[in-house]
Design a protein around this ligand. Structure first.
Ligand code: FAD
Length: 440
């Protein structure tokens, strides 16, 4: 793993002893939170244990969609899309941001009805989303056989190159004054009288008045080590990219068996929505009941395994502030992709989009997605610890929403007026339902 020269921790480039807010995690959420606070003139240090966007934030498919979102996320997603447009204008580098729409194609009447129901539910927001009939769908995907019943299209949805986008935003944040460090794991928090007073990193202590925890799949073990329970589990997902291919459409297209997103390099990123592998870990048993509805809904798409993760980095651990932590042990989570699943996705993509026939796949990769029980973010205070703002739980659709959540977390951490109502994302919503109190 190589750190970018501009962000590397080096003997002559060490973190300060004191700052305003420490951001833990250099994914899309942490980086945008740091960018916002630096713009507001707040001293901010971002600690990333591996490299900027080394985990989910560079491994995702690059869809920035409003379409199909849970209604609780829609207002924040509108803000996130506005931020993406601003970032596209401000970044010197072209990170592939394009507003070319996103379409989901329906193979059955039931799928079509699902899209229509969502469209009906978002009417009050006056979005650009609309239904396409079978002939329009054929025209969109380059077929002429009415193989699909129709589609839903949101022309204002966007896509970008994740591996370029988040590092470009980190450069923007650094230019605004954020101090960003790669290869700098935060081992734990320091607290006094029920409030956060600092963080202990592998290179020493940083005093601060607040912390934003944007550590993706690591948030649960990090909080468990502090004696706080967080309902968050992780699933393995994967993707692959092709060599340059003939143009099919300008924006991403999702079908039930294979989804495509045009890339800056002329190829396509291919995946299958909701297809994931869930490795059983001790936390799965702790939070089993909360996840039951989700598992019931997805049991056909999710493979459940007792895998190496049971004892691995995301398993159950305890460590002290002066001990080598799992975050130093696993600098970048790099799960092995499911080759059989990817073969099947490629075959389906070539069947659905004939222009992909004969186009080779040049790279495959995996990614660990953190999932909340209702697949909606987890934001705000945790366990009554003052000064700690959690921002995670993006549940596989946080590349698009990430800047919105980063902004909202930065606003909560600094006592600013929030851009959207944070209440639907409060971490204690699951406890409220069960009537429990105390730590999440
Ligand atoms: C295959 C795949 C496809 C996806 N497709 C899409 C898509 O098309 N559209 C979409 O919107 N979303 C998509 N997602 C989801 C999206 O990538 C994530 O929701 C989003 O990137 C999460 O961002 P994050 O900043 O919360 O977490 P991450 O990107 O996981 O970043 C967290 C960072 O925190 C660091 N960290 C953790 N703990 C510590 C610590 N103690 N000290 C220092 N650093 C720490 C980690 O090293 C990591 O870099 C996909 C995900 C995958 C895996």
């Amino acid at each position: 793993m190589t750190a970018s020269p501009e962000f590397a921790l080096q003997p002559d480039r060490m973190p300060p002893e004191r700052t305003g807010i420490v951001v833990i995690g250099g994914g899309v959420v942490g980086v945008t939170a740091a960018l916002m606070m630096a713009q507001w003139g707040i001293p901010v240090v971002l600690c990333e244990k591996g490299r900027i966007a080394g985990e989910q934030s560079s491994r995702n498919w690059g869809w920035i969609r409003l379409q199909g979102r849970d209604l609780r996320e829609v207002p924040l997603m509108l803000e996130a899309q506005a931020l993406w447009r601003q970032f596209g204008e401000r970044c010197a580098q072209d990170f592939g941001l394009r507003q070319k729409g996103i379409a989901y194609v329906a193979a059955t009447d039931a799928e079509l009805a699902e899209h229509e129901a969502w469209l009906e539910s978002v009417k009050p927001f006056q979005l650009t989303s609309r239904m396409l009939n079978a002939a329009e769908t054929d025209a969109l995907i380059g077929r002429d056989d009415r193989a699909f019943r129709g589609a839903i299209l949101t022309p204002t949805d966007m896509h970008a190159e994740p591996a370029l986008a988040v590092p470009a935003l980190a450069r923007l944040a650094a230019a605004e004054g954020a101090q960003i460090f790669e290869r700098l794991a935060v081992r734990t928090l320091e607290t006094a009288g029920g409030r956060v007073t600092g963080v202990i990193t592998e290179a020493g202590r940083i005093d601060c008045s607040g912390v934003i925890l944007a550590g993706g799949a690591w948030c649960r073990p990090f909080l468990e080590n502090l004696g706080l329970s967080l309902p968050q589990l992780a699933v393995r997902s994967q993707a692959q990219r092709t060599a340059p291919a003939p143009r099919i459409a300008d924006g991403p297209i999702g079908t039930p068996m294979a989804s495509i997103r045009p890339r800056l390099d002329g190829g396509y990123t291919l995946g299958r929505t909701r297809a994931a592998r869930f490795d059983l870990i001790p936390a799965a048993f702790t939070h089993f009941l909360r996840y039951l509805p989700l598992l019931r809904d997805r049991w056909r798409m999710v493979k459940i395994r007792l895998g190496p993760e049971f004892f691995g980095a995301l398993g159950r651990h305890r460590w002290g502030p002066d001990q080598f932590s799992p975050m130093e042990q696993a600098r970048v989570l790099d799960p092995v992709p499911d080759a059989r699943l990817l073969d099947s996705i490629l075959a389906e993509a070539q069947r659905i989009f004939p222009k992909l026939q004969g186009v080779p796949v040049v790279e495959r990769w995996g990614g660990m997605i953190e999932v909340s029980p209702d697949e909606v973010p987890l934001l705000g205070e945790v366990g009554g610890l003052e000064g700690l703002t959690l921002a995670t739980g993006l549940s596989g659709h946080g590349f698009g929403l990430g800047p919105g959540l980063g902004l909202l977390a930065a606003q909560l951490a600094t006592g600013r007026e929030p851009v959207a109502d944070p209440a639907p994302f409060a971490v204690d919503r699951f406890h409220r339902r069960r009537g429990a109190h105390g730590a999440v």
